[in-house]
Design a protein around this ligand. Structure first.
Ligand SMILES: C[N+](C)(C)CCCC[C@H](N)C(=O)O
Ligand SMILES: O=C(O)CCC(=O)C(=O)O
Ligand SMILES: [Fe+2]
Length: 420
């Protein structure tokens, strides 16, 4: 679904680019006098990808492989990959960007089938591979969305995603890769045949990431013993939510492993927050927009035994990248949402309405995936995307798990060649 929407955005952007080009020539009558050559398309020797460029007053317009790209001149100087500007051993910039004249323009531009050559006023030559420009341009980035399959219960069940075996997860690259692939696509993934101990659960987590230690400890291990000031430590039902919304950066991944349950109830609820948000975007785009713009606080206040904590995290419910509108983080926890004092009353009212729209989508029964966690079956949840909850329960129930740092999970995925 994301793909469709994004390709629509992309198409409209391309039209704007074409239109924008015509407009610019009209708006500036002295346009042609100020640059050396008339703004005509300069073509590379005819190749299959048919590149062409045009030099404008303040940017270079490049057409390549069916894409129109615009590059600011300072950008083109700043990203020079020559040995004196860039250390390709460490993949770090050596050039001091602050030393580049903000009014810099290339003296000459040349292009062949695969490369673009720019000579700067001081004689320095920058060479760009056209494929590199295609991939690294703003226009190119708009296409680079994270592949995802948004799901409701039906879609997830139909997909028949296979759990990965503990042994193969730990010992083979293939097992790990399969696991990460489905985790990235669906935002949840299971590992089976895990020995029901805290140590083995820790081993599991350590295979893909650094464990994120929080106020709950490194590995946590909890029952309904009221040991902490949070309803998770009771037998009560918990409505769908994401965790640690009260951190400036909510935990990226949550691992659950139920080590024991002698009693009834206690099923786990999973809801794809991105699926629900996409529905909001389609049905009520103004609500989506508001939820992505209004910053809110979430808060955790605890004074139980030796535990004294006061955490505050600020951010909108929906977090989107400004360049392609891709959703990357949902912060949704009605229990932990703090007093709203960052928004004027009329916006507050519209925000409540938008929150209701999202909540309605999140609560549709067809979007709910219910599973019973059992010893041996560990669940990884993308806490930036998938909401979890639980049914109330009776009896003794022991859950262990931990949070993972998102950067490190994605790092492992990229190392295995996955897009993350
Ligand atoms: C998972 N563990 C039991 C350690 C913590 C529970 C945290 C619960 C909190 N209300 C939140 O949503 O962040
Ligand atoms: O008890 C459960 O199944 C989950 C409780 C919960 O939401 C949490 O620990 O974050
Ligand atoms: Fe939770």
């Amino acid at each position: 679904m994301w793909y469709h929407r994004l390709s629509q955005i992309l198409c409209s952007t391309r039209h704007q680019l074409k239109g924008g080009f015509r407009l610019q020539a009209l708006r500036y009558p002295c346009f042609q006098k100020r640059i050396l050559a008339a703004p005509r398309w300069q073509h590379s020797a005819m190749g299959p990808l048919n590149g062409a460029w045009q030099q404008h007053e303040d940017h270079l317009e490049l057409r390549y492989a069916g894409m129109v790209m615009r590059f600011d001149y300072v950008w083109l100087r700043d990203h020079c990959r020559s040995a004196s500007c860039y250390n390709s051993k460490t993949n770090q910039r050596s050039l001091d960007t602050a030393s580049v004249d903000l009014a810099i323009k290339p003296q000459t531009i040349r292009m062949n089938e695969t490369m673009l050559f720019l000579t700067w006023p001081d004689g320095h030559v920058t060479r760009y591979n056209l494929e590199w420009l295609l991939k690294n341009s703003y226009e190119g980035q708009k296409q680079a969305v994270q592949p995802r399959i948004l799901w409701n219960a039906e879609i997830y069940r139909q997909a028949q995603v296979l759990p990965v075996d503990f042994q193969s997860f730990l010992e083979t690259q293939d097992g790990l890769k399969k696991f990460l692939q489905s985790f990235l696509l669906y935002g949840i993934a299971f590992v089976e045949n895990v020995p029901p101990t805290r140590e083995d659960t820790e081993k599991l987590a350590g295979r893909i990431s650094l464990i994120r230690e929080t106020i709950y400890g490194r590995m946590w291990y909890f029952t309904s013993d009221f040991s902490r000031g949070d309803t998770a430590y009771t037998k009560l039902a918990l409505d769908r939510h994401t965790d640690t919304t009260y951190f400036q950066e909510p935990c990226g991944i949550q691992v659950f492993h139920c080590l024991k349950h002698e009693g009834t109830g206690g099923k786990t609820l999973l809801v794809d927050g991105f699926y629900a948000a996409e529905r909001v975007l389609q049905r009520a785009p103004a609500d989506f927009d508001l939820l992505s713009k209004v910053p809110l606080k979430h808060e955790y206040i605890e004074n139980v035994g030796e535990c004294h904590n006061h955490m505050i995290g600020v951010g909108p419910v929906l977090n989107i990248y400004p360049w392609n509108k891709e959703l990357y983080l949902i912060r949704y926890n009605n229990y932990d949402r703090a007093v709203i004092n960052t928004v004027p009353y009329d916006v507050v009212h519209r925000w409540y309405a938008a929150h209701r729209t999202l909540t309605t989508e999140l609560r549709r029964p067809e979007n709910e995936l219910w599973i019973k966690l059992k010893p041996g079956k560990a669940l990884f949840i993308d806490n930036w995307r998938v909401l979890h909850g639980r049914e109330s329960f009776t009896g003794y129930r022991q859950l262990c798990g931990c949070y993972l740092t998102r950067d490190d999970v994605l790092n492992t995925a990229r190392f295995l060649g996955l897009q993350a």
